[in-house]
Write a protein that binds this ligand. Structure first.
Ligand code: SF4
Length: 350
């Protein structure tokens, strides 16, 4: 079947064939995904990113899943753009804990021009530590994308969230086309694209297929594809959304891996609610990147020791950044963490 030919990098996926992948027997799907994965990656390496919120809450957009929207009362503590020194301190700590990429997120519709110098300084300083840099600041015009690229930003994250058909159920304050234009501006400026979506928002399997088609049928596949499981935050319109079958989430990861063979597929938000077995299945399905920190912008994430304990049990090693300088300190820090890890460690409170 052409859809499962491992080396086939394609940008012309059709819905029927994507749905056929989704509906394969689970074992067949995972076998295909793992086969594709091994053609392009070391199956026992996972990339670690750390995420810091550099500006929290009071966002004018209406994304129904998001506790940072000013439209929903989620009790979130707002914070203005943090200063560069704080970012540097957190990036240093992330590097010492073994992260190879430092992502900075701001709850903006799009960045104000007045904030661009500070944001550019963050990129330069974090990069000087030997970390890859990523930002998510909302929509970017071509000039802003250029400014960030000139500052040395490696990745820009801007998710498509869901399928074009379901999108209007989730967000009304920006269009799908706006999102595609931002991704285009990022790519044209020479940065790598990080784009994915959220699963479990009430969409159907056709929409999950549609999201992956929208990503895989871009002129170039995104370099990173975060697949988030909805975190149902009290106060948001999706707080009572029905649970998605966890195997459907794993299927989505596997289909993403098959459709975008060279992308890092990131197991992102919602990991705190997954047990170790489900995370192991996600790695088997082709996920090879995680957020590795106590918080994902505003929601809890498994603590680092638990992650390291799981990696040790699965024989997984972290993927080192190609541009990193001397990583021996990081490696030693990781080894200390693994040795001290308590595999029964509980989740951080939300
Ligand atoms: S997802 Fe981003 S754009 Fe949407 S409300 Fe949250 S912070 Fe704003």
């Amino acid at each position: 079947m052409s859809a499962t030919t491992p080396d086939d990098i394609r940008n012309n996926w059709q819905r029927d064939e994507v749905l056929a992948l989704f509906n394969q027997p689970f074992n067949d799907l995972l076998f295909t995904a793992q086969t594709v994965h091994r053609r392009h990656f070391d199956a026992n390496k996972v990339q670690l990113s750390t995420l810091m919120s550099i500006k929290t809450g009071a966002c004018p957009e209406d994304c129904k899943y998001c506790p940072q929207s000013a439209r929903y009362d989620t009790g979130l503590e707002k914070e203005k753009l943090v200063d560069v020194e704080r970012v540097i301190a957190e990036a240093r700590a992330a590097k010492a804990s073994g992260a190879s990429r430092f992502c900075m997120g701001a709850a903006w519709r799009s960045p104000h021009q007045r904030d661009m110098p500070a944001v550019a300084a963050m990129v330069r300083e974090v990069k000087a530590l030997g970390l890859e840099t990523c930002m998510t600041l909302g929509m970017l015009d071509d000039q802003q994308a250029q400014q960030l690229a000139e500052a040395g930003l490696d990745y820009y994250n801007h998710n498509l969230d869901t399928s074009p058909e379901f999108y209007g159920e989730i967000i009304t304050t920006r269009t799908y086309q706006d999102r595609l234009e931002t991704l285009d501006n990022v790519r044209k400026a020479g940065m790598k694209v990080c784009a994915g979506g959220i699963i479990g928002m009430g969409e159907g399997q056709r929409d999950r297929a549609g999201l992956l088609m929208a990503l895989a049928n871009l002129p170039e596949h995104p370099d990173s594809v975060p697949i988030n499981m909805l975190v149902k935050v009290a106060g948001t319109p999706l707080q009572d959304e029905a649970e998605l079958d966890p195997f459907e989430f794993i299927r989505t990861i596997a289909v993403a891996r098959i459709m975008m063979p060279k992308a890092h597929v990131r197991l992102s938000a919602g990991r705190e609610e997954m047990n170790d077995q489900m995370q192991a299945l996600a790695f088997l399905a082709g996920a090879n990147s995680i957020f590795y920190c106590e918080k994902l912008l505003t929601t809890a994430n498994p603590n680092a020791n638990r992650d390291m304990a799981l990696f040790a049990r699965l024989g997984i090693e972290r993927e080192s950044v190609a541009t990193a300088h001397d990583n021996s300190d990081q490696q030693r820090a990781l080894e200390r963490q693994i040795a001290a890890a308590d595999s029964s460690a509980a989740f951080y409170p939300a």
